[in-house]
Design a protein around this ligand. Structure first.
Ligand SMILES: Cc1ncc(C[n+]2csc(CCOP(=O)(O)OP(=O)(O)O)c2C)c(N)n1
Length: 536
């Protein structure tokens, strides 16, 4: 046996860990890893899980871990060369992973501890659920399944997540590989959740992971013989080629928030942003048929659809064969798109910059950047005026519209594509929800430009209170010394009170390779008119 061990060791030491019984006792025991005198490392279920994640295209693991199975998974990820990034809340870790998933089209992955970690993950999973993002969330759990829901830190985690995931299961010995395969097959257009205890992750790897291939549905093609069709592009159509079809068949396209960039804002057949609001009404009323391409109902404002034109739903793959040359006039479409933009440029008297000027000035310096946007009134000028040039170039939480998203999502995006700058547009209220991630950005030295629309209040909520004649007392954020706060985390911080100062800040910090925060003092009074124009 001794001789056999030595022979195997010499060929296996450099190789990937295997499941071979080596005979002698290990010289070092740690959770998930047993090192033998010959140097061979035993392969555990944590390795198997990480292998499955990598096989599914996961680029990085994110999380605020506890011990238990989280520690086994982080260590297995390290062994497998899957990088791990520490986030400072569980929801932020999910936003980071989801941002990567949206960009790559492959699942993102995050881990969280049991109990409070799982509970704090909920908002991230809810975001992935309503924006149809493939995300794999793995939480630690107690070894005894009967403990779920009773005792210290013991929540019924699967039951808690079930309404917001496409699949949830507890990984157990004996069924692990099969359940992993099912989870990954479900993580196509939404999140999945897996509970796993340290008893399972630290145990010997069982079996081999066999991926299940999801079948693709191809829609039959029919010619749509309309004279003035309008394409309504949604989140399931974030592919290339659609802009070329618009040009070839002379058809305007409106894009949802999630589909910004599929037909670029500066494309001659860009017809505007579709929200089911008032701003896009002119062009929609002139169409005779709507062709919804990959449009998901979660993308539109929940209010009646007022148009009478027929709506045909097609998948992006089915679009090309369905189109014929239209009667639209290119100049007319261009004017209608420009009129929509012009109406979103709201100026009003008072201190601070008009919010739309912040967007336009940042676009002048960072036109090639990826962009993330938070929830709040500042989001409206960004979504209308940022010149998106590619699908998935602008990330927003649309289905859930959660605050605290833009900074973590920007971190996830920047970690994928390091030299490319990412601009995170956020309100001051939204940034206060994820301030700790400034530290993540600094630690990773990411090329972020965090643009804070500083108005000292929750403007979107204030607008709604004013509209109902309510008092706005109690909703003020008050003054935050944003540059000092940024600097405390290791982020370069600046403040701009007017357009000239903003231009100076943007130019002076353009060469900085790490994260920069610019607090742009805005005149929040402009939002009332912005929202009226947009939503009617
Ligand atoms: C997690 C979360 N909590 C609350 C809300 C409700 N909400 C939407 S916008 C908003 C105010 C945002 O304020 P701020 O970030 O300062 O942006 P502003 O509206 O001032 O541009 C609130 C409270 C939300 N969308 N998400």
């Amino acid at each position: 046996m001794r001789g056999r061990t030595r022979r195997m060791a010499s060929s296996a030491v450099e190789a990937a860990p295997t499941n071979i019984y080596l005979g002698p006792e290990p010289i070092e025991r740690r959770r998930g890893m047993l090192r033998y005198a010959c140097g061979v490392i035993r392969r555990t279920n944590a390795d198997l899980i990480v292998q499955a994640l990598r096989g599914a295209g996961v680029e990085r693991l994110f999380g605020m871990p506890g011990g238990g199975s989280n520690a086994d998974l982080i260590e297995a990820a390290r062994r497998a060369g899957l990088p791990f990034t520490l986030a400072h809340t569980e929801a932020a870790s999910a936003f980071m992973a989801a941002a990567q998933a949206e960009i790559t089209g492959k699942p993102g992955a995050c881990i969280a501890t049991l109990g409070p970690g799982a509970a704090s993950l909920m908002n991230g999973l809810a975001h992935a659920f309503l924006d149809r993002v493939p995300l794999i969330a793995i939480t630690d759990c107690h070894g005894d399944p009967a403990a779920a829901g009773v005792g210290h830190q013991a929540l019924a985690q699967s039951a808690m997540f079930r309404p917001v995931v496409k699949f949830t299961a507890r990984l157990e010995r004996g069924s692990l590989a099969g359940l992993m395969a099912q989870a990954l097959a479900s993580a196509v257009d939404g999140p999945v959740h897996l509970d796993v205890s340290a008893e399972v992750t630290a145990a010997d790897a069982e079996g081999e992971f066999e991926p299940i291939c999801a079948a693709q549905r191809i829609e039959p093609l029919v010619k749509i013989g309309a004279r003035r069709p309008v394409l309504l592009i949604g989140l399931r159509a974030r592919t290339g080629g659609i802009a070329e079809d618009c040009e070839r068949f002379r058809i305007p396209a409106l894009v949802t928030y999630k589909a910004k960039g599929v037909v670029p804002d500066r494309h001659p057949w860009f017809g505007g942003v579709l929200t089911n609001g008032a701003l896009e009404r002119e062009i929609l009323e002139r169409g005779d048929v709507f062709i919804a391409v990959g449009l998901d109902e979660v993308e539109l404002l929940p209010r009646p659809w007022v148009y009478r034109q027929p709506m045909i739903h097609v998948a992006a793959a089915g679009l090309h064969g369905a189109l014929t040359l239209s009667d639209w006039d290119e100049g007319g479409v261009r004017c209608m798109a420009e009129r929509q933009r012009q109406r979103m440029r709201v100026n009003c008297a008072g201190e601070g910059m008009p919010p739309h000027r912040v967007v336009e000035q940042v676009a002048e310096v960072y036109a090639g950047a990826r962009v993330t946007v938070d929830a709040g009134a500042h989001m409206f000028p960004v979504m209308s005026l940022w010149p998106a040039a590619e699908p998935r170039g602008l990330l927003i939480s649309n289905g859930l519209s959660t605050m605290g998203f833009a900074l973590p999502a920007a971190i996830g995006a920047a970690l994928l594509d390091r030299p490319r700058p990412v601009v995170a547009f956020t309100g001051d209220g939204g940034l206060l929800m994820c301030t700790g991630e400034l530290r993540t950005a600094a630690r990773e030295a990411l090329p972020l430009r965090i643009i804070v629309f500083e108005d000292g209040e929750l403007s979107l909520i204030k607008v709604k209170q004013v509209a109902r004649g309510y008092s706005t007392d109690g909703l003020g954020i008050g003054g935050v010394d944003w540059p000092a706060l940024a600097e405390a985390f290791g982020v370069t911080g600046r403040r701009a009170s007017d357009e000239r100062e903003l231009r100076t800040c943007l130019c002076e910090t353009a060469k900085i390779t790490g994260p920069v925060l610019i607090a742009a003092r805005v005149n929040a009074r402009a939002y009332e008119e912005t929202i009226r124009v947009l939503r009617g």
